[in-house]
Design a protein around this ligand. Structure first.
Ligand SMILES: Cc1ncc(COP(=O)(O)O)c(C=O)c1O
Length: 383
């Protein structure tokens, strides 16, 4: 099936040029149907719904994400957001021995950074590095955790994570890979990478909406780690209501309490489409389109911030333009949806449904608005 044939499954594409899947992917029409199905199930099956699939959703839906990220069945579970997933990982460790360093990159997503920084209160020593080479150098026997991003959220740069994982494993440290900005547009195989933990969500390239993040734990680690941020879904026999904690086997022990059922219904509508197309095919199209788009921006003399080498470029193209807030507002007024990050510029995120004509139109609009000066006032809120 031609990729543009998928457009009809996303109603908002009829109204807008949707170039913002690095922030919020568009809603598949099927998500609305599944949310109605959730409500119908609640209404008609009531309490029986838990036994008929709801309770198991963090692991059944996790297995679907697992197929997209190269994780074996039973190694991926669903949480509400990445921050919670990373907090569960942190709760497996103490920071009171020789090995209590957290080495991370300054380009990690802020929420993740804040969480790591807060571990200072538990004894963690935080080492912040400017790039992946510096991370490799900073990792030593004092390093416990290395939380890194697969694709940097601001610039769309794909990191060279393999040397980091290799170095971390050499000294016995664990790598936490935040793959939020990759999954759904850049192929990822957590098993081949040998990464210890991986996290991500559904809001962006997976077109799954908010409230459904995932956590992968390497199976041999899952068998022996004991998270202290834990709840009854992590118990070996949750419905025995035992007074004492007994960890479930495998990745279920990384769960907490009652799952976010409606978000999981909605999210699978996006995952189904991503699985149906296949990330390799999405990536091929994305590399081709982003290269063409960069060519147009180059011709117009813009300052492209995202990497030019295709193997280092994620799904977005970031471009610095003067008065970018105002340019952004005028593009939005023309139904061209994108966003900006203050210190880097405008972020354009085409996805598998984007047509070449849409990208050409966006580039032409950018040239036109910039050359005659943007007219609208800057928006008050963030992009
Ligand atoms: C790389 C990355 N990690 C994490 C997040 C979000 O984290 P959370 O799910 O905790 O809101 C984002 C964006 O929202 C992101 O780009």
């Amino acid at each position: 099936m031609d990729l543009t044939a998928y457009r009809e499954r996303f109603p908002i594409l009829a109204e807008t040029t949707y170039l913002i899947s690095h922030s919020l992917g568009p809603m598949p029409l099927e998500a609305e149907r599944r949310l109605a199905q959730y409500a119908h199930t609640w209404n008609t099956r009531g309490i029986r719904a838990w036994g008929e699939g709801w309770w198991a959703m963090p692991t059944t839906v996790g297995d679907q994400v697992g197929r997209i990220i190269g994780a074996p069945p039973g190694s991926t579970v669903m949480h509400q957001n990445v921050t919670i997933a990373e907090a569960v990982i942190l709760s497996c460790f103490t920071f009171d021995g020789e090995r209590r360093r957290v080495v991370y990159e300054e380009e990690n997503f802020p929420s993740v950074r804040y969480l790591q920084q807060a571990q200072r209160a538990r004894g963690a020593e935080i080492v912040v590095c400017p790039d992946e080479e510096a991370i490799v150098e900073a990792i030593d026997e004092r390093t416990l955790l290395v939380p890194i991003s697969h694709v940097i959220f601001k610039t769309g740069r794909i990191q060279d994570v393999e040397p980091i994982i290799e170095r971390a494993h050499e000294v016995g440290a664990y790598v936490v890979l935040d793959a939020y900005q990759a999954v759904g547009t850049v192929p990822l195989d957590v098993t081949a990478l040998g990464v210890d933990f991986a996290v991500g969500g559904s809001v962006k390239w997976l077109c799954g909406g908010p409230g459904a993040a995932w956590l992968y734990v390497r199976p041999d680690l899952a068998a022996r780690l004991e998270p202290t941020l834990v709840g009854w879904q992590a118990h070996a026999e949750p419905f025995a209501f035992e007074p004492e904690l007994e960890y479930a086997g495998g990745s279920a022990r990384f769960l907490t309490g009652t799952p976010n059922v409606p978000a999981l219904y909605a999210a699978t509508a996006g995952y189904d489409i991503i699985e149906e197309i296949g990330v390799e095919r999405i990536r091929e199209n994305s590399v081709r389109q982003t290269a063409q788009f960069i060519e147009l921006l180059d011709e117009a003399g813009f300052d492209v911030v995202s990497p030019r080498e295709p193997e280092r470029r994620g799904g977005s193209v970031v471009v610095r333009v003067p008065d970018f807030e105002v340019v952004y507002a005028e593009l939005e007024a023309r139904q061209i949806l994108l966003d900006f990050r203050p210190d880097v510029g405008l972020r354009f995120g085409p996805h598998f449904f984007t047509t070449d004509e849409e990208l050409e139109g966006a580039a032409a609009a950018l040239v036109e608005i910039s050359s005659r000066g943007a007219k609208l006032p800057a928006p008050a809120g963030p992009g």
